[in-house]
Write a protein that binds this ligand. Structure first.
Ligand code: HEC
Ligand code: HEC
Length: 355
């Protein structure tokens, strides 16, 4: 089972929040995304009282200093349960449609937010049983009373919570990385090495841009998203490790073994480790796997030659790039990171903490 099994009352309140001009159960009128709504969402994004053991919030796993990821190989929830997958960056997430490494049907931020909050497989924030008590507690906090007053809302309910967090999350991201400035005409925004790397990235020889296309470098040629097996494992004739089989876990179709959503290549300098399960320690490791046409694992439980995975996409083939060419490609990828995202005060944790 994946963690995307949708909690119960979705459809009812989804309708509510997607329809403009209607009221949430607690009486907040949904008409537009406003700055008070975003500000409420920022407080809730960093709110640890929304987790079972008061030690998780969205912002704990999606940390600003780490490009809104956690730096872990795989995420760890409030009950110490280890998530099967690596934390995705929230930067530029408003451009994405299907919001998960695996599930093409998890669409819409308001809906996605309930997965970490209320989901039980795995437990991330573990709020499902206690959500009413948690909301009561927040409604009693003067800080939230002030924020709710700016919204003319009598109380915080689950709809307003999802709406405001998603309004905040939608503001995260930029299109002002060095490469964007280069494309906008500033020829000095990126160096010579990166310019050579750009040519390699967009070449037939590497076919990187075939899958990592579009403004977010996550779009395959004919669709908004694509799910592919890139030959990271081949256990017992083609499997990936248990609970990390990708799209196959939803469809049961062998052709879907090891297929994961193409991730964005923006902000990579901040978001390592890489891959759906965080097993790409560095960008250079990732590039070496592509150069070899897949990943050979020679020891440990996952021994096997991913280069020979029968479900691997045909475009993942040995590239024969030299070390200087790998430097160029890496240098280009790093120009897609906007380091100012780390310092923006409007995205920072509004709660004063002593720990
Ligand atoms: C325990 C750590 C953890 C917590 C807490 C957490 N997340 Fe996540 N988040 C993850 C992981 C891991 C993924 C990747 C999940 C997957 O694909 O299966 C993810 C994925 C996402 C995505 C999808 C991004 C994309 O590119 O598709 C969004 C949006 C998101 N989280 C928002 C939130 C919000 C909002 C909260 C707070 C309500 C939150 N997360 C809490 C770990 C966490
Ligand atoms: C067939 C489509 C496809 C092609 C071609 C492709 N990629 Fe990927 N890329 C993916 C998928 C899918 C993943 C996620 C794999 C996983 O985690 O199992 C990925 C992951 C990555 C990552 C890790 C990002 C992260 O946040 O985890 C980087 C970096 C990357 N690719 C760069 C490249 C480069 C550079 C090239 C060209 C040499 C390339 N890709 C070619 C589909 C592709």
């Amino acid at each position: 089972m994946l963690n995307s099994s949708s909690p119960l009352t979705f459809s009812v309140f989804l309708l509510l929040i997607l329809t403009t001009g209607c009221q949430t159960e607690a009486g907040y009128t949904v008409d537009r995304v406003s700055s008070p709504l975003i500000e409420l969402g920022r407080h809730l994004f960093y709110e640890r009282r929304l987790s079972l053991n008061n030690d998780r919030s969205c912002g704990i796993c999606h940390e600003q200093a780490k490009g809104f990821t956690d730096g872990f190989v795989r995420a760890v929830g409030t009950t110490e349960a280890v998530h099967p997958r690596n934390t995705l960056t929230l930067l530029n997430v408003s451009g994405r449609r299907a919001l998960s490494w695996v599930d093409p049907n998890l669409i819409g931020l308001e809906r996605q937010i309930l997965v970490p909050l209320l989901g039980s497989d795995p437990v991330e924030m573990g709020a499902s049983e206690l959500i009413d008590e948690m909301l009561d507690e927040l409604n009693g906090d003067p800080r939230y009373q002030e924020l709710l007053a700016t919204l003319d809302s009598p109380a915080l309910d689950i709809e307003l919570l999802a709406l405001s967090i998603s309004a905040f999350v939608s503001t995260l991201g930029t299109y002002d990385a060095p490469y964007d400035r280069y494309l906008a005409g500033d020829s000095t925004a990126i160096g010579e090495l990166a310019k050579r790397g750009e040519r390699l990235f967009f070449s037939h020889r590497t076919s990187c841009s075939n899958c990592h296309g579009g403004v977010d470098f996550d779009q395959p040629t004919h669709d908004r998203h694509g799910w592919f097996n890139t030959g990271l494992y081949s256990i017992d004739g083609g499997l990936y490790p248990n609970s990390r089989q990708g799209l196959y876990e939803l469809t049961g179709a062998p052709a879907d073994i090891g297929r994961f959503r193409i991730p964005t290549l923006r902000h990579l300098a901040l978001t390592g480790p890489y891959y759906h399960d965080g097993t790409g320690a560095t960008l250079r490791d990732v590039l070496s796997h592509y150069n070899a046409g897949g990943r050979l694992i020679t020891s440990g439980p996952y021994i096997g030659d991913g280069r020979l995975n029968p479900y691997k996409d045909h475009r993942i083939q040995p590239l024969d790039l030299t070390q200087p060419e790998l430097d160029e490609l890496e240098s280009f990828l790093l120009t897609l990171t906007d380091v100012t995202t780390v310092h923006r005060s409007e995205w920072s944790d509004p709660w004063l903490r002593t720990d």
